[in-house]
Write a protein that binds this ligand. Sequence first.
Ligand code: TQI
Ligand code: CA
Ligand code: ZN
Ligand code: ZN
Length: 400
Amino acid sequence: MHRFVILNNPSQIVEMLKYIKQFYTFGDGSENLIESKGSLSGKIKELQQFYGLQETGELNRETIEIMKAPRCGFPDLARYQLYPGRPRWRKPFVTYNIVNYLPQLSYFEIEDAIWRAVNIWQKATPLNFVRVHNFEADIMISFEGRAHGDNFPFDGRGGTLAHAFSPGPGIGGNIHFDQDEDWTIGHYGVNLFHVAAHEFGHALGLGHSRHRSAVMYPTYKYGRSNIISLSWDDIIAVQDLYFWRIEPKVADAKFIAIQDVWHGLPSSIDAACEIPEDNIIYFFKGSKFWTYSHFGRSQNSSQSISLFGFPTYVKQIDAVVFIQQTKKLIFFVGTMYWSYNDETKSMDDGYPKQINSSWPGIDDNIDAALQNNGLLYFFSGSRLYEYDNWRREIVPTNIT
Ligand code: TQI
Ligand code: CA
Ligand code: ZN
Ligand code: ZN
């Protein structure tokens, strides 16, 4: 029984189409929206679904009200959710404790499923999770039945599987699993690892994601439950909370740790990168570099960057990133970049090249670069660029 709005004003229609095009891009890049009517109503449905409206695919009054509301210029479909006030853990070590167990799973199976869930987040953040056995842990994990003292009673088998509290003192960060579910570590029943991975996302401060492949997408993934991994949307969300905005105190603590771990490094470095396959970490300062493995320093002293094939006029490197897929080290020097083949241990022909000839939109000096899940991130001054190789374009973001 929805009402339709009669759009008899052509400029109004044009405005609406502009809105949809801006926030709900068509994957095929089609410009003429009028001609692709079918997909337009599909996009309207997406918008309606996002805002919890009835999915009619028509521009009805509620939909138009939403479209007229002021908003930020970021596409809805690329958006994850955080909690109001952005609660998060403000320390590098977060402790967890498992308070009780289940008769149908062994102690080891439960510990292992929880550890695997913790680890997928640990790998993507500077956070370190520590399993402790006292009652002061940040994240207290327990199996609870029905009413259990927090105003969110469970409902027996089915329905709600688990819940978690956003980061904070006391009950904050705690995770409760409904003990009446058929918890398993395999394909049948409810996979403890999968649900734990999702609940840890909440316990770290993440809300739900609109991306079907995200761990924070609010539906259960049957069948693949033991091989789930973070999607780029989960990673962007968690790094929004814990990576780009490292507090000065934490940054200092980390910095001291770096000096402690890699003895013999100078007090500041220009660039660093890790080649996981070779268990090698390179640090660069001026025209020198240092090579370390996870076991310590693997070269007794610094070496000259001319060993990579740089001409002598290169006196310093701004940033370096290792591209896993191509096994190339990309060095950024001023407005130019160089490509070094780590397999043949030689500089590729035809370099240096202009940075903006390969990464359009990245104007010049790069302070740091890193790669994560196929996306490249460039830091330049106070800007962070996320570079999407598939769309060959950047998403600029202001760091605040
Ligand atoms: N529990 C919900 C959840 O964790 C509880 C919840 C938290 C919630 N925030 C919410 C519910 C916001 C609605 C709106 O999402 S659950 C899944 C999944 C649940 C569901 O039991 O429904 C997982 C817990 F994704 F599979 F549906 C874990 Cl993985
Ligand atoms: Ca239940
Ligand atoms: Zn509870
Ligand atoms: Zn959830």
